[in-house]
Design a protein around this ligand. Structure first.
Ligand code: MRU
Length: 361
């Protein structure tokens, strides 16, 4: 998407200088900085410290990490080690393991003399695929928004979203935001309610994106959504996902489940934008089978922002001796979901099987 009239992806490769570049999301929304990733350690830190974040982008970054490592050491041992190091960065988003397995399965069949070249080709392929998948999710989501817009006779469609499932969380377009961008670009009025998404405030990233695109939005604290739904101010919810089970249970940023409960109680349709690499076909019951990342308690007990001197700073909001508890994701059972918007179409997990959309899975 565009930043200051220039098109960016969230990760890209510059062939001439042989560099992988990312937008450093630790600096957003305060400043826009592009950094290079080169060593395996650079890639490990970028994922673990959330310079890159969002399930699809984590997967693409891992693929570029393998590719850069193969340029330095293309042995089987180095491939296995890169897989282990990158796989240990974050436990919940399945796109990480999906991308790493895809790279390892393919590259272990390639002669070591060709590995560096083929690994970079594969990382670029995974990136391009992600862009196309999200574009298609946007088309299916656009149909849903268009129908609501027609019912509202052209009044703005009010959409609530949680966390950042925007282009910054993918390679481009975003998952939950792709329908919003496509609706806006077609002239369909939309208004987005952006959950702040404590503790990391990824809602500020969503707001930064929507601002850059000119889409009407307001930033709300995480507890506001229920009230907005009760008072008829939300027409639909669209969120992303970090891992979705074969049954359609959705693991996404902490707080998603409470939005789904409020949506059910108020008959607000609740959609999840779901690229197929985020489906974990090996698990069925999300609550029992998906590992939930627990992050540092300081993300809860401190609040981070830009101070009056334009410097990023943290302030403590809890008393001495009180510690935060910080599970990063929760599970929304499929029974609360109206539709999973995939690149192959929309699935209501209560009446359809997700696997019917992916016969060759
Ligand atoms: O902890 P994060 O910021 O990596 O979590 C991101 C989310 O939960 C997103 O909603 C999810 O990855 C979907 S991204 C298209």
């Amino acid at each position: 998407m565009k930043v200051n009239n220039k098109h960016y992806r969230s990760i890209w490769y510059e062939k001439d200088s042989n560099t992988v570049k990312i937008i450093d999301q630790r600096e957003l929304p305060y400043s826009f900085k592009v950094i290079d990733l080169d060593s395996l350690e650079d890639f490990r830190i970028a994922i673990k410290d959330m310079a890159v974040r969002g399930a699809p982008l984590i997967g693409a970054t891992a693929a570029f990490g393998i590719a850069k490592q193969m340029q330095k050491d293309c042995t089987d041992k180095a491939l296995d080690n890169a897989w282990e190091v990158l796989n240990a960065t974050r436990p919940t988003a399945i796109n990480l393991r999906w991308a790493l397995n895809r790279c390892k399965d393919y590259l272990s069949q390639v002669a070591t003399t060709d590995r560096a070249k083929k690994a970079m080709e594969l990382a670029l392929e995974i990136s391009d695929e992600d862009v196309e998948i999200n574009r298609k999710i946007g088309e299916f989501g656009l149909d849903i928004i268009s129908k609501i817009s027609n019912q509202k006779k052209g009044d703005p469609v009010n959409i609530l979203t949680h966390c950042n499932a925007g282009w910054l969380a993918t390679v481009d377009w975003g998952t939950a935001t792709s329908p919003m961008y496509q609706a806006y670009d077609k002239g369909i009025p939309v208004k987005i309610w952006v959950d702040e998404t404590r503790p990391r405030n990824q809602g500020a990233l969503t707001s930064w994106e929507l601002n850059s695109h000119g889409i009407d939005h307001e930033y709300i604290v995480d507890n506001t959504g229920g009230f907005l739904m009760q008072t008829g101010q939300v027409d639909m919810v669209i969120v992303g996902t970090d891992r979705t089970t074969a049954k359609g249970d959705v693991c996404n940023k902490i707080g998603t489940y409470l939005k789904a409960l409020a949506a059910k109680d108020n008959e607000v349709p609740f959609y999840v934008a779901l690229p197929s690499p985020t489906i974990d076909w090996t698990v069925y019951d999300g609550l029992k089978e998906i590992p939930i990342e627990e992050r540092n308690e300081e993300e809860v007990s401190y609040v981070k922002g830009n101070d009056k001197n334009n410097e990023i700073n943290s302030v403590k909001v809890t008393p001495e001796g009180t510690f935060g508890f910080n599970p990063a994701f929760d599970i929304t059972p499929s029974s609360l979901i109206t539709g999973l918007i995939t690149e192959n179409g929309v699935c209501n997990p209560n009446t359809q099987k997700l696997e019917d959309l992916f016969p060759s899975k």
